[in-house]
Ligand binder design. Structure first.
Ligand code: SDX
Length: 422
């Protein structure tokens, strides 16, 4: 075997094994031939939380966490945030190329055609308590959508998969807006398909008695940039959840309900909501040092900081921070950004965070912008789920087409009792 291989010696038996490397990695199944004796099951890799396990091959998003690089289909996130719209980036993630004007027009029209939800979904959503958490409403509603599209389970049919992806991208803002209106005791606002994706979302959120909603263009663009920044992030917890559920050939609505449920966790997408609560608890900049000390003692985490992959500044956090000023120019400055910036300054000069390579992540500043726009913290993760829909579905589609795909079923290292009788 050539140089693209590893030679492993099993010191228990003295045997050596040649394991081929593909793209610099071994196939975990090649470890199974390494046995202590004929009865041995063979060697596995023990990797809780999959810190060093590649679950798939993918061509969608590339991250270099050491230098803070994020690219969708090879395009740097900085360029997409500056020069594209969310729907263009969603198209890029789904189809692999940026759309030409005709493709964008067709894609936009298809999305607009599917923004409405079945009237029975309104009754379903009206059934929640007045104080239901919008993220729980969203997760439930995504799953409930499955009941209106029985053919969604035909996941082997590429045309069915594409239509369901279009439906989900189109309907997520509608579901999110309905959840927002319900928790604010306001009537639902129907989609206005003359508006673009983000302005229509704002229309369904904020239209009151006026005959036609006029979205502030600065806020609409800021929201669109935030949507681009949140659209995908390779094998994160919720996308991996989408892949695992999808590997059982569950329909995309039910698979995505699971992905959204995963995103709601405070260690994942729910962190943006926790960051605001943390900043509110700190209250003023003079309370920051004592708070940081409590973090360093392990009493709590600095929410919005740290990342499994980024051991440098999350490039999205930088751009979210840049977007804040344009929003504040319309909404008025949210003074909490000063507390956030002071936390960042102190933390980035403190050995505890420097040693652990803990930097602000995408969630650190996003909530401050959303609050300035008028959202309460409960809506922040919903605002993460809307754009991440394109990422979840792109990975689901890639998996459906991947010949290596089998139902996900990890192994375990069993350390429980041997057979015993009652
Ligand atoms: C997202 O995966 C993705 O791509 C996710 C995401 C996406 O776009 O999908 O980027 C979105 O989820 C961003 C992350 C949002 N979560 C938070 O902001 C919550 C706070 N962060 C942490 O919980 C933590 O940093 C994680 C969950 C993000 C990452 O956890 P890891 O990789 O499992 O790291 P770890 O917990 O093993 O931490 C390593 C060390 C530990 O200290 P020691 O035990 O070595 O002494 O760093 C410490 C941790 O205690 N640490 C923190 C910390 N994060 C890690 N200490 C204080 N505050 C923190 N925020």
């Amino acid at each position: 075997m050539g140089n693209d291989s590893l030679t492993i010696t099993d010191n228990r038996t003295g045997k050596t094994y040649e394991l081929p490397l593909k793209h610099g990695n071994i196939r975990a199944m090649d470890l199974r031939q390494i046995k202590s004796d004929e009865k041995d099951f063979g060697v596995m890799s023990y990797d809780p939380a999959f810190l060093n396990t590649a679950a798939c091959e993918s061509r969608i998003t590339y991250i270099d966490g050491d230098v803070g690089i994020l690219r969708y289909r090879g395009y740097p996130i900085e360029q997409l945030a500056e020069k594209s719209t969310y729907l263009e980036s969603a198209y890029l993630l789904l189809y692999g190329e940026l759309p030409n004007p005709q493709q964008l027009s067709t894609f936009t029209a298809r999305i607009a055609k599917h923004t409405f939800i079945h009237e029975n979904m309104k009754k379903f959503m009206e059934g929640f308590r007045y104080d239901a958490h919008p993220m729980s409403m969203l997760v439930s509603s995504i799953a409930a959508l499955s009941t209106f599209y029985p053919d969604a389970g035909n996941v082997a049919d590429p045309e069915v998969r594409e239509l369901m992806a279009i439906r989900l991208i189109a309907k997520m803002p509608t579901l999110a807006a309905y959840a927002y209106r319900h928790t604010n005791g306001l009537p639902f606002v129907y989609p206005d398909n003359e508006l673009d994706y983000t302005a229509n979302f704002m229309n369904m959120l904020w239209k009151m008695a006026e005959p036609k909603y006029q979205a502030n263009p600065v806020l609409a663009r800021a929201l669109d940039i935030l949507f681009i920044l949140h659209a995908d992030h390779e094998q994160n917890c919720s996308t991996s959840t989408m892949r695992v559920i999808g590997s059982a050939q569950a329909d995309p609505f039910l698979s995505m309900a699971g992905a959204a449920a995963s995103l709601s966790g405070p260690l994942h997408g729910g962190a943006n909501e926790e960051v605001l609560r943390m900043i509110d608890e700190i209250g003023t900049t003079d309370h920051i040092p004592s708070f940081i000390e409590s973090v360093k003692k392990g009493e709590r985490k600095l929410m919005g900081f740290g990342h499994r992959i980024y051991k440098n500044y999350d490039p999205r956090a930088y751009m979210v921070k840049q977007t804040a000023d344009s929003v504040f120019g319309v909404t008025g400055r949210n003074s909490k950004v000063d507390i956030a910036r002071e936390i960042e300054k102190i933390a980035l000069n403190d050995e505890y965070f420097v040693k652990r390579k803990l930097y602000p992540n995408v969630d650190f500043y996003s909530g401050i912008i959303y609050e300035a726009m008028g959202f309460r913290p409960e809506m922040f993760t919903v605002l993460f789920a809307i754009p991440r829909t394109a990422g979840w579905l792109s990975h689901w589609e890639e998996q459906c087409k991947d010949r290596d795909t089998k139902i996900s079923r990890p192994r375990q290292v069993y350390l429980g009792p041997d057979q015993r009788d009652i």
